[in-house]
Design a binder for this molecule. Structure first.
Ligand code: SAH
Length: 466
């Protein structure tokens, strides 16, 4: 008897093989997806609708990866990336695609996920809300420092590698942030304060983090160092203050570990204030060096407004803000609800959320440390707490199994699901669509020129939908 062929043998693909492919769609990392004898082939920088020539670089059981050699038929959406280091830097992945086409493909990715995992033929996905000017949107630059050819460079790693790409400018960053990084790098070089060398485990500075408040213009810089001491620190501070008058605080974070995690536990203020003031709509925030804040403030407002619209509040509701981080969604909704309760795992984030609530006079908002899947059912059982609206904004892994079960027990009239991963969103939907109706799905482009897709979904309990 003949043994069945594996997909690899069936497609007979090997590394180094060249092939012509028609690109059908975009993958979740922005790669083009084509099929060779029914086997899926990922080709970086190829666009849907294009016919391309490619060389296979990797063969796996379920897919192959190929390198783009030549474009045979070019997509009308192909455009010249403005960034000079786009080919090397791992920060963006869609700059070669026209912005309107990026928005359309992000909508399509959400539609396809819901078709595939939630078995919805025609999911109600609205066109992606984009930016009028999709550049200079990031309020924080977090650039690694290293030495290349005897010079200090600051930049980002190549995609999937540890090779540092030095950046002189970066079009997706707010100008103020790259200016701060460049000036800091120049000063470190002039004062001969060495970059940390990961392999040798010598040197001092690992990362430069610059953040600017879009509304107030206040800026902060944080140096992540491998050692508690920075040589010539007084001169460093003086130079930073002189050349960057927009700085209102200079901080140091110490991370002595051999790790790719950027921050260590200890942060000290070297000069000025520990935090900057920022506003988002009507809300004010104090952002310390380590405090989490959404990276694209302009789109965050649009995202939160979508959450507000989906929640449809009248002022009488009890709203739960699950996975609340520093409480920004809950605080955005608090003026329109009777009460807001947030749940978040990380105690520091909850402290920030409480401070933010006090700062904004949100007396009807409280924030609690814990696991959403534990606290929500506990409140329901012990205190009879029945939320009218539950907002969830989980990490990429989606909702915890236990949380879905308890949502289906607690059964709020409305659920607003904010997701940064269409696949886990659609899989979670599949489990909820017996009880809930999917009313609307709204993608919002938080990170233009990258493959990230953010979505708000409005679910209503079926017995309440007219
Ligand atoms: N809603 C926030 C950001 C949410 S990011 C905003 O708009 O800014 C997701 C958050 O979920 C993270 O802060 C993470 O710490 C938290 N988290 C992860 N697992 C959790 C769990 N099981 N219960 C509660 N919070 C959790």
């Amino acid at each position: 008897m003949k043994t069945p062929l594996s997909k690899n043998e069936e497609a007979n693909i090997r590394v180094g093989q060249q092939m012509t492919l028609t690109i059908k769609s975009l993958g979740i990392n922005g790669e083009g997806i084509g099929y060779f004898k029914r086997k899926i082939v990922f080709v970086d920088k190829a666009l849907p609708g294009e016919v391309i020539h490619a060389e296979v670089t990797e063969v796996r059981e379920r897919y192959a990866t190929a390198r783009l050699l030549r474009i045979v038929e070019r997509s009308a959406a192909r455009t010249t990336p403005p960034c000079p280091v786009y080919a090397e830097c791992g920060g963006c992945s869609l700059q070669h695609m026209d912005y309107q086409a990026q928005l359309a493909s992000k909508q399509e990715i959400v539609v396809e996920s819901l078709r595939k995992y939630a078995k919805l033929d025609n999911p109600p996905v609205a066109p992606t809300i984009g930016m009028d000017h999709p550049w200079g949107y990031r309020n924080k630059a977090q650039f690694q420092v290293g030495k290349q050819n005897g010079k200090l460079v600051a930049g980002l790693y190549q995609a999937g590698s540890h090779k540092l790409v030095g950046l002189e400018s970066c079009q997706v960053q707010h100008e103020a942030t790259t200016k701060i990084v460049q000036a800091t790098r120049d000063i470190l070089e002039e004062l001969r304060i060495p970059a940390y060398d990961e392999r040798k485990r010598t040197g001092v500075v690992r990362t430069i983090v610059a953040r600017v408040a879009f509304v107030t213009g206040e800026a902060q810089v944080t140096l992540v160092t491998a050692t508690p001491d920075i040589p010539r620190v007084k001169e460093l501070i003086l130079e930073l203050r002189t050349r960057l008058p927009e700085l209102i605080g200079i901080s140091q974070n110490v991370n002595a570990q051999k790790t790719s995690v950027v921050f260590g536990d200890k942060t000290v203020t070297l000069w000025g204030k520990p935090s900057i003031a920022e506003k988002l709509g009507e809300l004010s925030f104090d952002l310390s060096a380590r405090a989490f804040f959404q990276l694209n403030p302009e789109q965050t407002k649009k995202l939160y407004d979508q959450v507000k619209q989906a929640a449809g509040l009248t002022g009488t509701e009890l709203v739960l803000d699950l996975y609340c981080g520093t409480g920004t969604i809950g605080l955005w909704l608090a003026p329109y609800a009777r009460e807001v309760r947030g749940i978040e795992l990380i105690p520091e984030a909850v402290e920030d959320a409480r401070r933010n609530a006090a700062r904004n006079g949100a007396a009807n908002a409280s924030f609690h440390v814990g696991r959403a899947e534990v606290l929500m059912p506990k409140w329901a059982k012990q205190q009879g707490i029945r939320p009218d609206v539950v907002v969830v904004d989980p990490p990429r892994t989606g909702l915890d199994d236990a949380l879905i079960r308890s949502l289906l027990q607690v059964k709020p009239k409305k659920i607003v699901y904010v997701s940064c991963n269409p696949s886990t969103l659609a899989k979670d939907m599949a489990r909820m669509l017996g009880t809930y109706e999917l009313v609307s799905v709204q993608p919002v482009d938080m990170f233009p020129h990258t493959a990230h897709v953010e979505v708000t979904v409005r679910l209503e309990r079926k017995d309440t939908v007219q």
